[in-house]
Design a protein around this ligand. Structure first.
Ligand SMILES: [Zn+2]
Ligand SMILES: [Zn+2]
Length: 216
């Protein structure tokens, strides 16, 4: 993610080799990496990223859980802003079944204000002037219920999902509760293979925000 001046890596959930390839090996320009929590799909490359000389920012709880030990791991606190190049970053607590998960709001002087939140069943804060939103939309309750009914997904999954991941219905409520006057675009993240529907999710969120929606 970049504003043309400072590039920031969001998560370290894929192998560093893959990150390099995706960035055409321009990884020297990365000012830092934000890690939301310890689950491997978000953190498995932390060691590789720090070894490449990139600082990784995360909560103390996340750092403890991934048991990585490098001077390049920087712990940050919820509601305490820090800066990385042209970005001012505000970590905030989210709701997920791990030690101390964070979401982040990134803002710069150009007026960009990006919310990045994944793996959370709810966001308890309200934000003003968001221009870009990258948010999890993991499952739809309607699809999940259908999958449980026909036996594709075990009933027990529902309880866990409701306490760990964002449903489409709750994401819609999140958008309705926030100031969208400056919103330019939305990226939906972390869609479940079984319990989601890309086209329908895109349509639904687009109808709430009135702005383009992309699936990451
Ligand atoms: Zn997770
Ligand atoms: Zn995840």
């Amino acid at each position: 993610m970049t504003d043309g001046s400072t590039s920031i890596l969001l998560e370290a959930g894929i192998r560093f080799k893959e990150i390099q390839r995706k960035l055409n090996f321009q990884t020297r320009d990365i000012a830092g990496c934000l890690v939301t929590h310890e689950h491997l799909d978000h953190s498995k490359a932390v060691n590789e990223v720090t070894r490449a000389g990139i600082d990784c920012y995360m909560s103390a709880g996340t750092k403890d859980s991934i048991k990585a030990d490098s001077h390049r791991i920087k712990t940050v606190k919820a509601k305490q802003e820090f800066t990385l190049g042209s970005w001012t970053i505000l970590p905030f607590d989210v709701q997920h079944d791990v030690s101390e998960p964070f979401g982040f709001v990134l803002k710069n002087k150009a007026g960009d204000r990006l919310l990045f939140a994944t793996d959370t069943y709810y966001i308890r804060y309200r934000f003003n002037d968001l221009t870009h939103v990258m948010v999890e939309a993991n499952y739809s309750t309607r699809i999940l219920d259908k999958n449980i009914e026909n036996g594709t997904v075990p009933q027990i999954m529902k309880k866990r999902l409701m306490r760990s991941h964002f449903s489409l219905e709750n994401v819609k409520d999140f958008f309705r509760a926030n100031d969208l006057s400056k919103l330019q675009e939305t990226w939906l993240l972390h869609l479940s293979d079984n319990n989601s529907d890309e086209a329908a999710f895109k349509r639904d969120i687009q109808s709430v925000t009135g702005k383009p929606v992309y699936i990451a």
